[in-house]
Design a protein around this ligand. Structure first.
Ligand SMILES: [Zn+2]
Length: 170
């Protein structure tokens, strides 16, 4: 069976030895090119099987990041289409997810989410607060070294299902 592959997308490489392979991997990494080993395609050119080689150091970094995140309490701040923000508190250890505010304006808003930023900036200084980009619409504030205590009533009134939010904020 012959399969036509678009030349700009695929390229057949025969690599003779380890040194060549290292050189090749280095080149693909620099050019952000994915590498398939021993690929098999079906009639529709869908990939059936093939090992995807990824950079190990990159993978380890990602795994480390996931482990780190799962131990922590985080505050996700997701920008909404109307220009407001949703503030979602997530405690991964106790499996608690709270929608603190879904119409936060961030600018002088003083909702609980905004206050969490203010408190930490006042305490650690603006440049030392652990804020990361979680996805293109979301930033995440690391709250893991502080304990947030919520009243039972607050938890009942603000609890949301993490399954509904996880894909939106991560
Ligand atoms: Zn706010």
């Amino acid at each position: 069976m012959e399969i036509e592959l678009a030349p700009e997308t695929y390229r057949l490489c025969i690599i003779e030895n380890d040194a060549e392979f290292d050189k090749f991997m280095h080149w693909t990494k620099q050019n952000a090119i994915g590498v398939l080993v021993d690929p098999f395609f079906d009639d529709e050119k869908n990939l059936l099987k093939g090992a995807v080689i990824e950079d190990l150091a990159e993978l380890e970094k990602q795994n480390k990041h996931i482990e780190e995140v799962e131990r922590f309490c985080l505050l996700f701040t997701k920008s909404n289409e109307d220009g407001t923000f949703s503030q979602i508190y997530r405690d991964f250890v106790n499996d608690v997810t709270l929608l603190l505010h879904d119409k936060c304006t961030c600018d002088g808003c003083k909702c609980i989410g905004c206050q969490m930023y203010d408190v930490r900036i006042a305490h650690y200084g603006k440049d030392n607060v652990d804020i990361r980009q979680s996805n293109e619409n979301t930033i995440v504030l690391n709250l893991s070294d502080s304990e947030s205590e919520w009243t039972q009533e607050f938890v009942e009134n603000h609890s949301v299902d993490w399954n509904d939010w996880e894909s939106l904020v991560t």
